[in-house]
Structures are given as C-alpha cells and as structure tokens.
Ligand binder design. Sequence first.
Ligand code: SF4
Ligand code: SF4
Length: 219
Amino acid sequence: MLREVDLKDISDGRLYGSGDMVKADCKDCVGCSECCEGMGDSIIMDPYDVWRMTTGLGISFAELMTKGKIELGVVDGILLPHLCMSKEKDACVFLGDTGRCSIHPYRTGFCRLFPLGRYYDENGDYKYFLQVNECPKTDRAKIKIEKWMDTPYFKKYEGFIRTWHSITRNLADSLDESGDYELRKNLTMDLVKIFFIKPYSSEDFYPQFEERIKLWTRE
Ligand code: SF4
Ligand code: SF4
C-alpha cells in the first residue's frame, strides 16, 4: 500500500533495484529479534504470503485465524490479513522462545524485506529503499536485494507485487469515491474470500493467482 512518507527522513536517500547491492544483510539477525516485536498490525500479508504459509505449514487460512496466528485488519479502507502479536510478550506469535523465527521458510514478504521497504511511484512501479531508523544492527553487510529476499522466480514475484499493489490501490481508490456502504462491504469481503480464504494448493502460486484475478475482475 502507498504510505505518505518523506524518504529522506527514513532512508539513506537512495532508491534501489533488485539487482543492486545494499547494506541490508543482518548476518542471520543473530541476537536480535527487534522487527518481530511490538509490530502491532503492521506485518500485512499478501496472497503469496498466504499461499506460502498455508501450503508450507499445512494449515488453512481459517485455521490460522482461529488459532490466533493471523487476523484481518483495515488498511486504507480494505480488509487485509496481518500477523498477530502475542498478548504476553507483544511479539510475533511465530517468534520462538530462543528468539528465532519458528517458521523461517514460510515467513512473510514483509519479514523478508526488512530492513528494506518499497517505494511506489504514481504508475504503481516500485523501487526499494533502506530504512535507516529501524534495524539496530550496525555491522550489516552488502547483499544483492534479490538474494536478500530469498524468494524463487524473483522477476515473477516482483510482477505479482506490482499487480497486487494495483488491485488493492484501485479498490481503495474506488471505495474512497463510493458512499454505498453495502457495495463497500461486499467488495472488501470479496477480496478476502477470493485471494485469501479460498484455499491454495501447493502447486505453483502464479497460475492460481491468475485464476483469482479472473474471479475478481469477473472475466
Ligand atoms: S531488526 Fe534487523 S537484525 Fe534485528 S531481527 Fe530485524 S532485520 Fe534482523
Ligand atoms: S514470521 Fe518470523 S520473521 Fe516474521 S515477524 Fe514473525 S517471527 Fe519474525
């Protein structure tokens, strides 16, 4: 989603492409779990995250909800899932007792991205930026962004991110313009049903996403 921020306040002032080297490598985050704690409802999931987590852990979206691992929240007027923080420790429910992620291969894109962020232009294309106020590791090494993200078929993944951004952006804009409460409710629920609740198979994500776009656009 688009957020109104002044890049110079939160970044090193540069925008990066996926092939660029950037000082993001926290060397396995040894001894730190700061970005897994106190994150509120900000670790938002997209359909790829839900596919990766539900098929990887063998658990449905509904079960993740009922077990208190994820919940739905309102972002720019639309409903999107996010990871839950535990009440006791105010830490991600997947953070293990040793301070390590218990679902590392299936962690969200947001978790993979940190301490990077995405900056979208008015055409919905994006670049990466390095957040300078968030990660306390001072000895981070340079790494190619594509490698840091640890996600296969990365160009395809970036295409998906652009498409998902455009779907959510367009919906948020159209809801902004509509005063029809019923329409707003139905559209936001349709998005959740089509892209999150409808179960994914462990087959390739991208054809499944394309099928859901057809449902969404009623092609
Ligand atoms: S704050 Fe930085 S070092 Fe700490 S867990 Fe997050 S990415 Fe790793
Ligand atoms: S899923 Fe893992 S990496 Fe992401 S916030 Fe939770 S514990 Fe941290």
